[in-house]
Design a binder for this molecule. Structure first.
Ligand code: NDP
Length: 333
């Protein structure tokens, strides 16, 4: 059995991760930590979690094997380092930290302690993205030339909190969504980005100098160029992911989401073909891979290093938006 402690009484844990842990035959949730004792108790009661604690030491000191960190972003570093020090495996939400340098510290600490560190980039677990990666890897679109990511959404009212008001908590659409696009582009293309140029905007939702919309242009090692659009304020936009190659195009619709939905079309000289793909819950699959990694079988679907990559890319995007210059992406791994 893998006994989990939840660090953070969050929405994402309540909506997806508690179920994903319990979907594993060997997954159990032992405790939840909130900074507020009242919230911890209420959250534990509502979600059938046996123990509620309100300090990090209190959580880490209980009989658990792994922690899932889904607090606001400025807290991930300290919480992950403490858990790693206590010998716990760590599945941490994105962004791993506020800077790539801090995320590298987490990776180094986990390596030294011999524990598993994963980043919860759920989209790698989507059947749609795995089908696209596979199609590209076996050459179905020939040589990849360019990619387009449509990931501008409307931030639901219940989440219109720290993301749009608190820069010190790591708010803003780039740390929230561009990190996912960075990771998904790397995963689908099987390639790493080398530089980025970004424009950011404040389109009426975010305050405190935070951006609530961004458009990025990326160059990858192989020469592929990509564009991505992330936003909190577009109520009527679709999401999608396209990769265009010398022999074909992959056109995926409604796939930048938390659910195993959407479609992937392969278009070539022969016409159009709808690719079929696995519809397993994204978060349940992430947990399954993480449990396997704990047993020494492979790696989490997104590793700590993948989290360093996505955060380094997001940091570069923010720097580019601020300076008006193209910025190198170097994760220093
Ligand atoms: P929430 O705002 O729901 O929770 C974050 C923190 O806010 C909690 O840890 C909690 O603190 C505090 N909080 C929650 N509700 C209340 C409340 N009613 N009053 C006061 N404080 C409250 O965040 P999300 O679940 O949206 O995001 C958490 C993390 O997960 C972030 O790092 C985010 O980037 C990531 N995320 C990842 C997703 C993915 O698909 N990979 C999707 C969504 C989020 P405390 O624990 O101290 O009670």
């Amino acid at each position: 059995t893998v006994r989990w402690g939840l660090i953070g009484a969050s929405t994402i844990a309540r909506q997806f991760m508690i179920d994903a842990i319990r979907a594993q035959a060997d997954g159990e949730i032992s405790a939840v930590m909130s900074s507020s004792p009242e919230r911890a108790t209420a959250y534990a009661r509502e979600n059938g979690i046996p123990l509620a604690v309100s300090t990090l030491d209190g959580l880490i000191g209980t009989d658990i094997d792994a922690v899932y960190i889904s607090t606001t972003n400025e807290l991930h570093l300290e919480q992950a380092l403490a858990a790693i020090k206590a010998g716990k495996h760590v599945l941490c939400e994105k962004p791993l930290a506020l800077t790539g340098a801090d995320a590298r510290k987490m990776v180094a600490a986990a390596k030294a302690a011999g524990v598993v560190l994963g980043t919860n980039h759920h989209l790698r677990n989507a059947g749609a993205h795995r089908a696209m990666r596979e199609a590209i890897a076996v050459g179905r679109i020939g040589k990849p030339i360019a990619a387009r990511v449509f990931h501008s959404v409307y931030l639901p009212e219940n989440l219109q909190g720290w993301r749009i008001t608190r820069p010190e908590a790591g708010g803003g659409v780039v740390l929230d969504i561009t990190v996912h696009d960075a990771d998904t582009l790397r995963f689908v293309l099987g390639d790493d980005p080398v530089e980025i140029s970004a424009f950011a905007q404040t389109a009426g939702m975010a305050g405190g100098g935070l951006e609530d919309g961004a458009m990025c242009i990326w160059r990858f090692k192989s020469g592929v160029i990509a564009q991505s659009h992330e936003g909190f304020t577009t109520k009527f936009a679709d999401t999608g992911f396209e990769v265009h190659g010398s022999e074909g195009s992959l056109i995926a619709k409604n796939v930048m989401t938390q659910k195993p939905v959407g479609s992937v079309t392969l278009r070539t000289a022969k016409g159009e073909e709808e690719l079929s793909f696995d519809r397993e819950d994204l978060y349940a699959r992430s947990l399954r891979q993480f449990h396997a990694a704990i047993r020494g079988e492979g790696q989490p679907s997104a590793t700590g290093e993948d989290g360093v990559w996505s955060l380094t890319a997001a940091e570069a995007a923010l720097q580019s938006a601020r300076t008006g210059k193209t910025v190198e992406i170097n994760p220093k791994l």
